[in-house]
Design a protein around this ligand. Structure first.
Ligand code: UDP
Ligand code: MG
Length: 325
């Protein structure tokens, strides 16, 4: 691995991003050029745009940029597999060709100027560099509270995640090789990367607003990612359920005693409300618990099938080397 003058790959998953792509490619081209001049990235550095089965003109744009711009490479997935899978595909495609890869979003909400610091840390010997957001004032109140709540719940459940770190991250080639050995299908990359080990560090940056287009992460996908994160990395919910079962059983012993006492005391008739309430309450709780257990079983089902996580339809390389103009 070359730490002196590294080949840096910027890996960017794109789903229906035709509105932002031209600007993104433009800014990243300037950035890569500046990094080259500053000795942070060599001439083989590229941006790798992963088209996650977009329905708009994203792939047409990527193909065009690939022909016109020596810095642009593209991978087309055969269908939409979601952000995490698209990102993994990009990282795995970049792995044999780069010294380190940095993942970032197509909308450039993550400050591009922080890229220098990432590579700097890599040069100093880090294998993983996490981008951490300074503050969240460009987010809506709702997104901020739910996101921060999520990190706290993860911590409580014993999952090792970096607070306020999304997927803006540098990984060296050997860290990527480490990642490639994790075969799981339920992907939650920010939980997996800390498991790889190696020396790591943080870069702090401000997050901007999306400059065009809409968020491709609606509430539904956010909740799905959060639940995936929790159930892929923690079995505590299962323990909580068992503890809860114990508590309810203990309580029901008291209930039983109370019922017996009432029976012998002769005031047993008017127990209807209590019975109906407990039936509904316990019924609901049981279903909830079954749901949680079922969720884990569903995951086992998916892992056992071990289906491919993504399928590459096309890879447009770029051997362009020196940029003309
Ligand atoms: N994305 C993707 N596949 C999807 C959804 C999103 O590759 O199914 C990409 C998207 O193009 C973007 C990144 O994931 O580059 C983050 O999405 P977005 O910016 O919409 O999320 P937000 O910043 O609102 O959380
Ligand atoms: Mg975004």
């Amino acid at each position: 691995m070359n730490r002196e003058d590294p080949t840096v790959y910027l890996v960017i998953p794109c789903y229906n991003e035709e509105e932002v792509l031209p600007e993104t490619v433009h800014r990243l081209t300037d950035k890569l050029e500046a990094m080259r001049e500053a000795g942070l990235a060599n001439g083989h550095s590229r941006m790798l745009l992963v088209d996650d089965g977009s329905k708009d003109k994203t792939w047409e744009l990527i193909t065009r940029f690939n022909q016109e711009n020596p810095y642009v490479e593209g991978v087309k997935l055969a269908h939409n597999r979601g952000h995490q899978n698209a990102l993994l595909c990009g990282l795995m495609t970049a792995m044999p060709r780069c010294d380190c890869a940095i993942s970032l979003d197509a909308d450039l909400q993550d400050d591009v100027d922080a890229l220098d610091q990432f590579v700097q840390k890599y040069k100093e010997g880090c294998d993983v560099v996490y981008g951490v957001r300074n503050k969240r004032d460009t987010d809506t109140w709702f997104k901020r509270t739910t996101a921060e709540g999520f990190y706290k719940v993860m911590k409580l459940l014993g999952v090792d995640v970096v607070f306020n770190h999304a997927d803006y991250r540098l990984m060296s080639r050997r860290a990527l090789e480490g990642l490639s050995e994790y075969r799981e299908v339920n992907l939650f990359l920010r939980g997996m990367v800390p498991l790889i080990g190696y020396r790591s560090d943080y870069v702090y940056y401000d997050r901007h607003e999306r400059f065009a287009g809409e968020s491709k992460y609606p509430l539904k996908k956010m909740i799905a990612l959060a639940l995936d994160g929790i159930s892929s990395f923690s079995v505590k919910p299962l323990k909580l359920i068992s503890n809860f079962g114990v508590i309810v059983s203990v309580l029901s012993v008291f209930g039983l005693l109370y019922a017996l006492v009432s029976y012998f005391a002769g005031w047993a008739v008017s127990g209807w409300t209590a019975i109906v309430c407990s039936i509904w309450l316990l019924g609901g709780l049981q279903m909830l618990c079954l749901g949680v257990v079922g969720g884990y079983i569903g995951k086992i089902y998916n892992e056992v099938k071990a289906r491919p996580r993504y399928r590459v339809e096309e890879y447009l390389q770029n051997e362009g080397g020196e940029r003309q103009s």
